[in-house]
Design a protein around this ligand. Sequence first.
Ligand code: ACO
Length: 398
Amino acid sequence: AIDVSTLSKQTGYTALDYGFVNTAATRSDITYIDGESGILRYRGYPIDQLAENASFLEVAWLLIYGDLPTEDELADFDERIRRHTLLHEDLKRFFSALPSGAHPMAVLSSATSALSTFYEGKTDPDNPEHVETNIIRLLAKLPVIAAYAHKTSIGQAFLYPDNSLGYVENFLRLNFGVMSEPYEIDPVMARALERLLILHEDHEQNASTSTVRLVGSTGADQFASVSAGIHALSGPLHGGANEAVLQMLGQIRESGESVQRFVERVKNKEDGVKLMGFGHRVYKNYDPRAKIVKQSADEVLDQLGVNDPLLDLAKELEEIALNDEYFQSRNLYPNVDFYTGVIYKAMGFPTRVFTVLFAIGRLPGWLAQWREQNLDNKSKIGRPQQLYTGEPERRYPA
Ligand code: ACO
């Protein structure tokens, strides 16, 4: 890699790189991806080993602090997060002020911004105590906000967190529990969700993480940066793809169109239609996360006793695409979003909540990347250049 950061000053040279295809904006110790070979590691640990054996909070600690936690460190981290799950009662009014049909991602990002107003004077990026406490606050409170966004979208009352429960179990209860009825945690569902969340925890400099870093580079606090990251994640080319995949599968099924015909439309780029959940900027091989999700989709649906024809449709679509020259020549493989939606649906999450689940999974990565940048004395305000292509100077008619 060539460090060009001082080149333009010395030579007047500016690199134009649409979509930052070939430009690194930072050095990072957190996540390693080899897109040609389909490898993903967090702090050196292969993703499949973490997804199989670790807990969500253990991986969060690993990403943020660099090594696996000791038993005591993990217990303390977990305990501090449990103690911070409650939201200020005033924040609840925020949810009732929004339309009942509001998209849960819009609710999540705006409520994350709103959350910062309760911590004025306690969010200074130069104060290590503030930074560490806000990592705990965000990890503790965002799942609660996410569940409230879900509950708002279906018109149900909010539950208070039950801090005797683990992170994922608490989240499930907040989403699916109803007032005055005990909620029984399904361990199969809890472990399946935990595994999916681990797979999403970080993915180096993707669009939302780069957004978090860019906003953070201005000196903005973790709340503002994470809220901006949630907005970036909402787009269908990024995290919003998991919702778009389910919509696509549903439309194919309802329209009665054959999968082959749909694939032809994609290849002919008719109306800009894409095979959602396929393709990736970095992976030019099978996304290692998608491999794990695909394997667990059958297993989880089976264990939950759900038979969803959309899973068969997704498999048929994958089979046709992987054997087609259009997709082969462009190295287009299923990405992490291709099969997650089918599992979230089997768990009972509405389609509009899928990207919120991605955000909760990605939160530790955003926090780790923000913190790494904040501690890096080489980091500067992010400020891309442009090549001006507009009019030369013009005179305003007098
Ligand atoms: N369906 C059909 N064609 C595709 C797809 C797709 N899903 N993805 C890429 N292509 C085609 C492009 O049209 C282009 O074809 P061309 O050379 O004939 O013009 C070629 O493959 C290269 O694609 P780019 O758009 O240049 O690739 P880029 O790296 O910029 O985009 C992206 C990556 C955004 C993920 C793209 O593959 C896409 O839009 N996929 C669908 C949305 C999606 O699933 N997003 C989730 C990504 S993973 C994540 O964020 C968690």
